[in-house]
Write a protein that binds this ligand. Structure first.
Ligand code: MAN
Length: 354
């Protein structure tokens, strides 16, 4: 049963964010990475934009060219198949292209419950491995530095890259850490044993299985190995996909991970509802799940979670602890950012032994 919400607030809509160019429109400001920095909550928001111009019979497909910036490839409608608003498939090659492109923008939120400032600080695609956009950041503070994992989309596939900062002004780009197809990578906030630990979500090409969550270990944050299988979605609401949501936080008895699950859609092209669940991972061996919510803790409920670019999506990407509650930041309907406040005891008590 979904948990009672103290509050569920819309934080940011696409219309709040200026487009990066006059000939583009912002269609999404969602899936925010979250950190506490200099006494306030800051978000790195995924801003999705598409060209404004329409040419009858053509679809515009944006792409970043290193050195040149954003360009548009116009493709005739006969050359592509489209049954998902987010992507087209080029008939001749069978390859996918995104209908929009994403970059990251820093937004300051005070105590986390309202937007204070939409800044000009941005992380834009830079390399060929990011030519179709950078997406879905997650932020983890390790010692005195903030590490940002984000999706990098290109003709080479959907991978995850790492960046770091200590001032949220300049960002060091550390390159791709999980090769295609791999998304939903989150880092633990401290070493476990002698290692950094990540959750990641490889997507199998040969469908022996469905996309599942794994753990990996590293001694330097850039080279990852010692992979272990973690979770493959055991309940009805997570039959399609599962992936890490917020970076794990330490709680009594282990690590709390808020993750997402998607219900496998029953018709081609449909996306299927995205909900959120919680799991408690073993403190010393986070590849062991101790407890888990059988039912989702959050499902799309409000209008902004139900209706958007992709309907029926709650996609948790960050968590902030408050005295007796957690603020859970999420992308709503692949369109907006929202924050939900959940009671700490109720959330921790909702997980059952596996
Ligand atoms: C899926 C969705 C999109 C995303 C692409 C590429 O289609 O998660 O939001 O843009 O994958 O990562």
């Amino acid at each position: 049963m979904a948990l009672k919400r103290h509050s569920d607030q819309l934080l940011l809509r696409p219309s709040h964010v200026p487009p990066s160019r006059d000939d583009f429109e912002v269609i999404g400001a969602f899936n925010p990475g979250v950190a506490e920095f200099e006494g306030e909550v800051v978000l790195l928001v995924r801003v999705a934009e598409r060209p404004k111009e329409q040419r009858p019979g053509y679809v515009p497909l944006p792409r970043w060219v290193p050195g040149d910036g954003l360009i548009i490839d116009w493709m005739s409608e006969d050359e592509v198949n489209q049954d998902d608003p987010r992507v087209v498939q080029v008939k001749k090659t069978g390859r996918m292209r995104l209908t929009y492109t994403s970059y990251l923008r820093l937004v300051r939120c005070g105590d986390g419950r309202a937007i204070r400032e939409i800044t000009d600080i941005q992380i834009k695609p830079e390399t060929e491995l990011e030519e179709f956009g950078i997406e879905d950041p997650r932020i983890t503070k390790i010692d005195d530095r903030y590490y940002i994992t984000h999706v990098a989309v290109s003709r080479y596939g959907v991978s995850t890259a790492l960046a770091s900062t200590d001032d949220f002004k300049s960002f060091e780009r550390l390159g791709v850490i999980f090769c295609p197809e791999n998304k939903d990578v989150v880092l633990f906030p401290e070493k476990i044993g002698n290692d950094y630990v990540a959750l990641h979500r490889p997507v199998p090409g040969t469908p022996f299985n469905r996309p599942e969550m794994w753990t990996a270990r590293s001694i330097d944050l850039t080279d990852w190995g010692r992979h272990k299988w973690l979770h493959g979605g055991g309940s009805e609401w997570e039959t399609g996909r599962v992936g890490a949501g917020a970076p794990p936080i330490r709680v009594d008895g282990g690590w709390l991970e808020i993750y997402h699950g998607n219900r496998r859609p029953n018709r081609p092209g449909a996306v299927g509802t995205y909900s959120a669940g919680a799991m408690l991972l073993d403190a010393e061996d986070p590849s062991r799940i101790l407890r888990r919510t059988k039912e989702p803790i959050l499902t799309p409920t409000t209008e902004f979670e139900r209706i958007g670019f992709v309907h029926d999506v709650v996609f948790p990407t960050g968590i902030v602890e408050r005295e007796n509650s957690y603020l859970i930041f999420l992308g709503a309907a692949d369109t907006c950012c929202a924050v939900v406040e959940l009671d700490r005891q109720e959330l921790l008590g909702s997980m059952q032994a596996v």
